[in-house]
Design a protein around this ligand. Structure first.
Ligand SMILES: Nc1ncnc2c1ncn2[C@@H]1O[C@H](COP(=O)(O)OP(=O)(O)OP(=O)(O)O)[C@@H](O)[C@H]1O
Length: 298
């Protein structure tokens, strides 16, 4: 069973301009396991955003492989990649990227529809639950302009989380927020990771975010280095667990993963997903379900 949410294998990125070749990533090897919160730091221009775009299948590596939740996304067709990305990867950007003329609820429903596996009714039900989880119950029918920056970022997080992706990738998620909103968003991120078991990778300059990490990486000179943990993560976990009702979120997460399992199986019966991809996706989903069930039984 696949316990690795993200694997980068010897990933290179060389940008070509008219006059030169710029090697930005030089053979990156990185494994993020399910349930980890990994932070990637590094100087400006070191390739953090490039790495995140490649990990999320938004950009192709010049060489090497990207494996998300057991599926190698490196050589998929554009059509397959779009659907896999929607099911397996959630993105949160600095600028929220919400669609202006859709309500909060509709924004969260969009990626669910893009997965090609959820019905309209399932998408609506999941989107409602997600907005409740991020503390935005009652704001479902508001448009982005009617929400504060922090609330918009929470909609963006609900949207990223809705399809129960194997991994959420965040690029400077608090970059455009004031201190108060940033701290609310950070608490949410920490809570989703610790209590919800969501795997998250964050690219940031913000040392406060780095304090949340279970693993910290630095990019420099095209290479990646892991910094040994220095903070006492166990204390942070205790703090978060104390503030959430025991088992409730895990049960909700399990419910959502089971809806996804049903949706995947019916999509496969209708021939919407190839057997190879279905097989890899089921393995990853079953590993996540088993992990949660074990946790709930404790
Ligand atoms: N499409 C492109 N064509 C050519 N060069 C590019 C392209 N995209 C990025 N680069 C270069 O690649 C390098 C890495 O850029 P990237 O945005 O990944 O860095 P970063 O670490 O995220 O920077 P910052 O912290 O400032 O956001 C930079 O030198 C940038 O100029």
């Amino acid at each position: 069973m696949s316990e690795d949410a993200l694997v980068l294998r010897d990933v290179w990125k060389i940008y070509k301009t008219a006059t030169e070749e710029i090697p930005v990533l030089k053979g990156i090897n990185l494994t993020v396991r399910q349930g980890e919160l990994a932070i990637i730091m590094g100087p400006s221009g070191s390739g953090k955003s490039t790495l995140l775009s490649i990990a999320g299948g938004l950009e192709n590596p010049s060489r090497g492989n990207v494996i998300v939740g057991g599926v190698d996304i490196t050589n998929l067709s554009e059509d397959e990649l779009t659907k896999i990305r929607a099911r397996k990867i959630g993105f949160v950007f600095q600028s929220f990227n919400l669609i202006r003329n859709l309500t909060a609820l509709e924004n969260v429903m969009m990626p669910l529809i893009f997965t090609g596996i959820y019905s309209w009714k399932q998408a609506r039900e999941i989107a409602q639950k997600m907005l409740e989880i991020v503390g935005l119950k009652g704001h479902e029918e508001k448009f982005p302009r009617q929400l504060s920056g922090g609330q918009q970022q929470r909609v963006a997080i609900a949207r990223a989380l809705a399809p129960s992706p194997d991994i959420i990738l965040m690029d400077e998620p608090t970059g455009s927020l004031d201190v108060d909103s940033a701290s609310r968003v950070l608490s949410l991120v920490k809570w989703l990771n610790e209590a919800f078991g969501q795997t998250i990778v964050i690219v940031t300059h913000n040392p406060e975010i780095a304090e949340l990490a279970s693993r910290t990486f630095y990019i420099r000179g095209g290479q990646i280095f892991e910094q040994p943990p220095t903070t006492t993560l166990a204390d942070k976990v205790k703090e978060v667990k104390a503030s959430t009702k025991k088992g409730e979120l895990e049960k909700l997460q399990l419910e959502l993963l089971k809806i996804k399992l049903d949706a995947l199986e019916s999509a496969a019966r209708e021939g919407k997903i190839s057997p190879e991809i279905l097989d890899a996706e089921l393995k990853s989903l079953e590993a996540r379900i088993a992990r949660l069930e074990k946790f709930i039984e404790k």
